[in-house]
Design a protein. Structure first.
Lengths: 528, 163
């Protein structure tokens, strides 16, 4: 393995990696724009120039790879390469490059959406000159819409071509290209072929400057006002890792979070904009009990007692319907509570999409199908006919929420029930049929674990506060269970539930939220 | 291999043998993009969007990649050109020797701006950078031929001789 020195740090690196990769992996910052770990190296921005001993000119660290040299050629008798990132020449070159990149830049950070997370801003502040010598009139070009919520501000673009390479290498859709040359170059689309793919949102994320922007977020907030919570996307069972940006109980955007075992660096637009569908819904945030055609509001103690009474009176003829939209803990606790049959409503499926880079949007558009199946053991295969044959009289349903549309056959079955207890966050088709509605939490309010379709358990963390009187779903289930069975365990938190879950399902043993952390744990790496 | 003789788009190469010969020269089909563009331009006079689609099909890449290439080169035209392209060199020697007055002459006589085409499609006027013949300035390239050391009168006669 080559042994190298970058500044004063010495380390061994894998043969063939580049100077930039070696530096970044060892905590040395080399400023760069066009380099992105999963895109082809083009070395066009020149920002990452460093001084390599023995080479006459500064080298682009992103495409200078490290090899081994013969013993007698080693520098200082031991190094295969010696790199300096802090010499005067390097510092001066960075200033020069930044001056070039900023020639026609409008310097409009105060109104730019990228401000605060912009590499042009950061590097100029850190490495650049305070003044430009460019006294001529700046080139001004209009912003253009590229399609799929993406607009380009041509004046801010530094032509690093990350977005162009993204559409060629990652999404494979090729919509973007660099039009014209030299001074007239710009990122563009063909007239009749706009940016149109489900990964399009990522081009705004990988843009290192404020050129590519997402119209869904543009001019809505400032980066530094937002709280960032690392969580998991809930729109398919691939379980992409995301950062949820919110302020004062409102989500502003989702961006992909790096996880090489799940989604790499990207996410799809279904997940990216999915949070909007929870914004304008008729929420349920007080316990409700049916009174003829409408509902009465009751308090929690009464609601829990009524629920427990109904289940008790049914004499084991209550079935539970678990949900692939709920956390492992909620599904597990429903299983604990229902002393009988568990089932699920028909799965919500769509087309599976795989991109050339391997990025995948699962056909199963619920986040926790796998976890639900793992945790609930024997789910009734054909729930509707089982309900008939076992003469089920009541149902306790964890509602899938706004994504569930009930067909007539199911509406008929549900109408025949003696009682229907629905735990939901919204007045869904199901909740409308219920006798008791217990207000749980909506996506992005919930906390718990979910398991993706590759058997990776991940931590779903909440970004939004709990509304009015609604309670966490696992807590509601625990309270009902405690009312039913005085000996039932009292869990003080999610970790307690996970420990209990691990006792029954060895696959899930030894797991805590702390261990899952931001990257998740592969369950299939453990013994079954 | 599927036949590419009849592409979906409106354009097809007249000399399909030549196309095959060009394609066979390159292990990576994408490398054939430029020679195919030249061939198409010599046939059509300019690169239309259907030419781009056809070549993208032949070179096994996306039309945007072909457009990337077309827009890079100034001698590939994306708009229909006149029967004769008048390219007046603008670089130093020619400029000092009266290139500007030649542009003005065409502009006044035929009422076209640089980049424009006469209404009867006779001429397209272009200002271009160095044609590499500074010793014989001013130089005007008409279609594929250089006309060197032109006086304004000679230039006018030249224009008159073109139909």
């Amino acid at each position: 393995m080559p042994f190298i020195k970058i500044d004063e740090k010495e380390f061994e690196v894998a043969k063939g990696i580049t100077v930039l990769q070696a530096a970044l992996a060892n905590g040395i910052e080399i400023p760069h724009y066009c380099f992105h770990p999963v895109l082809e190296v083009v070395g066009s921005c020149r920002m990452c120039l460093v001084q390599v001993e023995g080479m006459p000119k500064l080298q682009a660290s992103c495409n200078t790879s490290i090899g081994e040299v013969a013993l007698d050629k080693k520098l200082d008798g031991k190094y295969d390469m010696v790199v300096n990132t802090q010499t005067d020449a390097v510092k001066q070159e960075r200033k020069n490059i930044l001056e070039f990149l900023l020639l026609n830049h409008p310097l409009d950070c105060p109104v730019c959406d990228q401000a605060g997370e912009c590499y042009l801003q950061d590097y100029t502040f850190k490495y650049g000159n305070a003044h430009s010598r460019f006294k001529e009139e700046k080139r001004v070009r209009p912003s253009e819409s590229l399609g799929s919520n993406i607009v380009i501000n041509q004046d801010r673009c530094i032509l690093c071509s990350r977005c162009v390479r993204f559409t060629r290498e990652i999404s494979g859709t090729n919509e973007l290209f660099v039009q014209n040359r030299g001074y007239h170059s710009k990122v563009s689309i063909l007239k009749d072929k706009p940016l149109e793919n489900l990964m399009a949102g990522n081009v705004a994320d990988i843009c290192p400057v404020g050129a590519l922007l997402n119209t869904d977020y543009i001019h809505k907030n400032r980066f530094w006002n937002l709280d960032t919570i690392p969580s998991v996307c809930q729109d398919c069972s691939a379980g992409c890792n995301v950062d949820v940006f919110s302020q004062r109980d409102e989500i502003f955007r989702l961006t992909p979070r790096e996880n090489h075992d799940v989604n790499g660096y990207f996410m799809c637009d279904i997940g990216r904009y999915g949070f909007h569908r929870f914004e304008e819904i008729e929420r349920v945030n007080q316990p409700l009990v049916r009174n003829g055609k409408s509902f009465d509001v009751i308090d929690w103690a009464e609601a829990i007692q009524k629920t427990a009474d109904l289940i008790e009176q049914s004499n084991g003829k209550t079935a539970g319907i678990v949900s692939p939209f709920h956390t492992n803990e909620s599904n597990f606790l429903l299983g604990l509570m229902i002393n009988g049959m568990l089932g699920m409503l028909p799965a919500i499926q769509a087309e599976e999409i795989t991109y050339p880079s391997g990025f995948r949007i699962s056909a199963d558009r619920s986040p926790n199908q796998r976890g639900m199946n793992n945790i609930c053991g024997g789910l009734a295969e054909d729930l509707s006919s089982e309900i008939k044959t076992q003469a089920i009289r009541g149902l306790y349903i964890l509602d899938d929420g706004v994504d569930r549309e009930l067909d007539d056959a199911w509406k008929e079955i549900l109408a025949k029930m003696d009682f229907l207890i629905v735990q939901s966050y919204a007045m869904t088709d199901l909740a409308k049929l219920a006798h008791i509605v217990l207000p749980g939490l909506a996506p992005y309010e919930r906390e718990g674990t979910i398991t993706n379709d590759q058997d990776r358990i991940q931590w779903l963390r909440p970004s939004l506060s709990i509304k009015a009187e609604s309670k966490p779903d696992w807590e509601i289930l625990m309270l009902v269970n405690n009312a039913l069975n005085k000996k039932a365990e009292n869990f003080t938190g999610l970790d307690d539930v996970i420990i209990k879950m691990g006792e029954q399902f060895p696959n899930y043993s030894g797991i805590t939220l702390f261990k899952i952390a931001t990257q998740g744990i592969a369950l299939n790496g453990k013994k079954m | 291999m599927k036949s590419k003789a009849q592409p979906k788009s409106g354009f097809s190469f007249a000399d399909s043998e030549r196309v095959e010969r060009i394609l066979s020269q390159y292990p990576d089909k994408k490398s054939a993009t430029l020679p195919l563009l030249h061939l198409a331009q010599s046939q059509e006079g300019y690169i239309s969007s259907s030419v781009i689609d056809t070549i993208a099909d032949l070179a096994d890449c996306h039309p945007s990649v072909v457009m990337d290439c077309v827009s890079f080169y100034t001698m590939l035209y994306t708009k229909p050109q006149g029967r004769h392209t008048i390219q007046v060199c603008q670089t130093l020697s020619c400029s000092l020797n009266g290139a500007d007055s030649m542009v003005d002459h065409v502009r006044d006589k035929y009422e076209i701006e640089p980049g424009g085409t006469t209404a009867d499609d006779r001429f397209t006027l272009m200002k271009v950078e160095c044609l590499g013949s500074c010793g014989t300035a001013p130089v005007v390239q008409v279609n594929n031929d250089y006309h060197e050391g032109l006086s304004l009168e000679e230039f006018d006669q030249l224009l008159e001789s073109l139909e």
